[in-house]
Design a protein around this ligand. Sequence first.
Ligand code: P1T
Length: 382
Amino acid sequence: MKFNTKTIHGGQKHEEATGSVMTPVFQTSTYAQSSPGIHKGYAYSRAANPTRTALENAFAAIENGTHGFAFSSGLSAIDCILRLLNPGDEVIAGDDIYGGSYRMFTRLFQKYGLKFQYVDMDEVTNVTNAISSKTKLIWIETPTNPLMKIADIAAITKAVKAVNSEIILAVDNTFATPYLQRPLDLGVDIVMHSATKYLGGHSDVVMGALMVKEEKLAEELHFIQFAAGAIAGPMDSFLALRGIKTLHVRMQRHCENGKAVAEFLAEHDKVGKVYYPGFENHPNHNIAKKQMEDYGGMVSFRLKDESKQAAFTFLENTKVFTLAESLGGVESLVNHPVTMTHASIPEAERLKIGITDSLIRLSVGIEDIDDLLADLEQALNA
Ligand code: P1T
């Protein structure tokens, strides 16, 4: 199947009892057994639930994996990956990642003896130079949140596996979605999503996803999902499954609108730097061009007036763009990373990579582009 068919049919079958075309919401915690241990494949919904199974099969299909796992949030999906490791193990992560991922690494897992290094993944050698005999996981976010940096997934994977084939590579594919890039095809071991974002697509669910293509890793992750218990519920699974069916058409429009917004901002006399991997002057445009089908709907920028007040005036005055955390829904959102999504990163760390008061992040939705540009224009002039 081609991708645009997989989003609708991948891993899906009609429900057997009634022929229901859409998988029903199996809102149940448990299942009748005819004799102890004898059941129809479902014993207890923390282990498996038919609505979640349908979604997990869809997750696997769209990332060209063999197994998918649905969690109660993106962070609980990351938590599941980190539980593969043991005290003393080391993780190499990108230096620009979602603030909540950084918070989990530094404030939760560090105290259990995991060590984290943060490197600029613009250069493959920055990753390979950081590898030690204790390195067990490489954590790649690309495009990054919020600076839209691009890492070369295939090149990093090849270089890391050449040093030590046991090191696990995981990609947070939240910003790109499998519509734009499929990291399992590029050799990584695990793909992770905040399905809260583009996969769900309608800002009505908080959910995480993992996708893999290797049986042993799938078994380990499934055990942790079952044993730790951070599963997605049936209703949320239904909503995310419905969201995925339109992923390809939504992404097409997100990309068109994202490009138009980036170009509008780049030419505006009140706007300073624009962070958008589709621009030829983006430092890693060539990698983005090779690795991604298109450039997505996320755009960050600075005003020429780099004061906090100027940024806040803009943020308080958009009308179609809602000032809110999150991204990837049909509606356009605007975010101030310093006070919102990346507030948990210490100021000194933020400033080192350029997450300053003047940085504004847009999640460009699928509304009419004329309304989006008119809204930005009036807010820039407020
Ligand atoms: O919010 P949750 O579903 O738990 O997912 C966490 C997460 C993981 N990875 C990336 C790249 C993310 O962007 C997120 C969540 N991000 C936001 C809420 C945000 O506004 O950036």
